[in-house]
Design a protein around this ligand. Structure first.
Ligand code: FES
Length: 186
């Protein structure tokens, strides 16, 4: 660093050195702040905020859900049903002639290969958005053994397909993946 005389010899005035150092540091800091000020808005535009990221997926350990049981979880502030189908419920779903359905889909199309017993759907009736019954112990599962929406009487079967009542569509299947005993939804 050149001293005030324009040479590279160290400054003899200790206070002068400190003052120049402060000026240098202040200049670097200002440049740094300017850099950050430019970068932050770009980053903010490229990435969702932390709370959006936190809500974008839900992980549920399904290891304790026995065949025939279902639970209600929350995904993006809405109920999601996770059901471990019994073999007879799978059989009942597969027996249905898909061509007769209002919203034709097979159970295989609504589950993951190798995990046909795991039926994961939104718990939101496709009529007007009530939460159907059928996950809780002793709750009505409707005439087709799946879910029953008490608001206007929609009955869903063991693949959560609409079978009777005003709902136009099957319960929606969200994106999800199963890793061991953990389901990651979203
Ligand atoms: S909201 Fe479910 S039947 Fe109307």
């Amino acid at each position: 660093m050149a001293n005030e005389a324009g040479t590279d010899a160290p400054a003899v005035d200790g206070e002068g050195v400190r003052r120049r150092d402060f000026i240098n540091i202040a200049a670097v800091s200002a440049a740094g702040v300017g850099g950050v000020a430019v970068v932050v808005p770009l980053v903010a535009q490229m990435w969702p905020s932390a709370d959006v990221l936190a809500e974008s997926s839900t992980e549920v350990d399904i290891g304790a859900i026995q065949p025939g049981q279902a639970i209600k979880a929350v995904f993006r502030k809405q109920p999601v049903f996770i059901r471990n189908l019994k073999p007879e419920e799978i059989e009942a779903a597969n027996k249905v002639d898909v061509a007769t359905l209002r919203d034709p889909q097979t159970l295989a199309e609504r589950t993951k290969e190798g995990h046909e017993n795991w039926l994961i759907t939104m718990g939101v009736c496709t009529h007007l958005g009530c939460v159907p019954l059928g996950t809780g112990e002793g709750e009505s599962k409707g005439e087709f053994g799946g879910y029953f929406c008490p608001c206007h009487g929609s009955h869903y079967d063991t693949a959560a397909r609409i079978r009777k009542g005003p709902a136009p569509k099957n319960l929606h299947v969200p994106d999800y993946e199963i890793n061991g005993t953990v389901v990651k939804i979203g």
